[in-house]
Design a protein around this ligand. Structure first.
Ligand SMILES: Cc1cc2nc3c(=O)[nH]c(=O)nc-3n(C[C@H](O)[C@H](O)[C@H](O)COP(=O)(O)OP(=O)(O)OC[C@H]3O[C@@H](n4cnc5c(N)ncnc54)[C@H](O)[C@@H]3O)c2cc1C
Length: 149
């Protein structure tokens, strides 16, 4: 689940990625995206996002954009010690974001080669035994491209 916040000034000035591991701030991560990719790409505005992995029954999943901003704003202000002025915000909720390798996975592990001629698959769940990651995506891409002549 990701909540993007658009602001005129960056929320975090020098930090790109902030893991939050204290119970009194119920956010998991705060990333100042425009400390990584230039704000020129976003109409000169700054983008930061708050992220969580939550259980299906989490009350966060029931919130709309307005409720989420109300929930997040005071938490961010605790971190920065400054009043948060928001231009706009964007809420994204995605289920099944993490492939889980259970005992039977090895037996059913998907393959690059499919029954369809000239149709190959390289997916997020094929990084086994490693967790998904951009580095593994690049590796998979290189491996699957060998089938294409
Ligand atoms: C919740 C989550 C957290 C993650 N966190 C991290 C992390 O912290 N660090 C890390 O390194 N990796 C992380 N990853 C993994 C990383 O995001 C992926 O490994 C990486 O994005 C894969 O890149 P890709 O270009 O192969 O595929 P994608 O980024 O999935 O890009 C595939 C693109 O193809 C498009 N597409 C699909 N089908 C079609 C079609 N038929 N026609 C046209 N376009 C199509 C899709 O819309 C998408 O834009 C995370 C993944 C998830 C889901």
């Amino acid at each position: 689940m990701t909540f993007i916040i658009e602001t005129k000034q960056p929320i975090l000035e020098k930090v790109y990625w902030l893991n939050i591991c204290v119970e009194r701030i119920p956010l998991m991560i705060l990333a100042q995206h425009t400390n990584f990719a230039e704000k020129i790409n976003y109409a000169g505005h700054h983008l930061a996002y708050v992220g969580w992995y939550v259980k299906g029954e989490s009350p966060l999943l029931k919130m709309d954009k307005k409720q989420m901003l109300k929930f997040v704003k005071p938490e961010i202000e605790k971190i920065t010690g400054k009043k948060l002025k928001v231009i706009d915000s964007y809420l994204f909720k995605g289920g099944f974001a993490q492939p889980i390798f259970d005992k039977s996975f090895v037996r059913n592990k998907p393959d690059f080669i499919t029954p369809v001629k000239n149709f190959y698959i390289a997916n997020l769940d094929m990084t086994y035994p490693f967790d998904r990651g951009t580095n593994y995506a690049v590796k998979l891409g290189k491996e699957v491209s060998k089938f294409i002549r």
